[in-house]
Design a protein around this ligand. Structure first.
Ligand SMILES: [Zn+2]
Length: 220
């Protein structure tokens, strides 16, 4: 099999037997899973095909492929696990990106929405006083509010949180699968997950904030 390394890094969505998204794999890994029959590729009609059957399919125009001894083989968009009912990862990673998404890219003190570049992470109970990095203690804030609050609690700084920060209830795979260039073929497997509707709305807001920033930069 020959391909450039970037093609082999193409992201493939892995779903379980109940058609729930559970994982993202590289194309390289996807072919290994198919070759060992741990997973099969789903075609456009959601028919599962094993490595042999898949390699006989004529690649569609414009589809990403890898070269094999028998010609071009299409990189699948979605794989289905054959037996192993792997369940989704149980926790969402606490990252800057995910906190910004939870808070809708909105400063949790003044309510101003900004692009990620202009936002900070604020420890509600300051780090200097033992405040942990946790879903319940870290919020999105603008630079002005962050500076104003300094090393104080919101009460001491006479500032109020818009809402109490909590751990999001989205299926963790959503935070991995939502990338700007994700294939539209993934949508049916993502829209049935817990919190999908809320997450996709937050993602759309973030996208809009980014687009706005782009326009501001272009017009400057
Ligand atoms: Zn603010």
């Amino acid at each position: 099999m020959s391909a450039t390394s970037s093609e082999l890094e193409t992201q493939v969505l892995v779903v379980n037997r109940h058609l729930q998204a559970v994982h993202i794999a590289s194309a390289r890994r996807a072919f290994v899973l198919m070759w060992t029959d741990i997973a099969r590729a789903l075609d456009a009609s959601w028919v599962a095909r094993d490595f042999e059957a898949w390699s006989r399919l004529e690649p569609e125009e414009g589809a990403a492929t890898v070269g094999t001894s028998r010609g071009a083989m299409r990189i699948p968009l979605v794989l289905q696990l054959t037996a192993y009912d792997r369940m989704p990862r149980s926790s969402i990673r606490l990252t800057r990106r995910n906190i910004f998404l939870r808070d809708g890219h909105t400063c949790q003190y003044c309510g101003r929405r900004s692009s990620p570049r202009d936002l900070n992470l604020d420890h509600v109970m300051p780090r200097s006083r033992g405040g942990p990095m946790s879903w319940e203690n870290v919020v999105c804030s603008c630079r002005v509010c962050n500076l104003r609050k300094g090393g104080r609690t919101p009460a001491e700084a006479n500032m109020r949180l818009l809402r109490k920060p909590v751990r999001p209830r989205w299926a963790p795979i959503l935070t991995l699968a939502f990338t700007p260039g994700r294939p539209k073929e993934w949508e049916p497997f993502l829209s049935n997950l817990q919190g999908a509707r809320e997450f996709s709305a937050l993602w759309a807001e973030a996208d809009a904030a980014m687009a706005q920033e782009q326009r501001v930069q272009e017009s400057a």
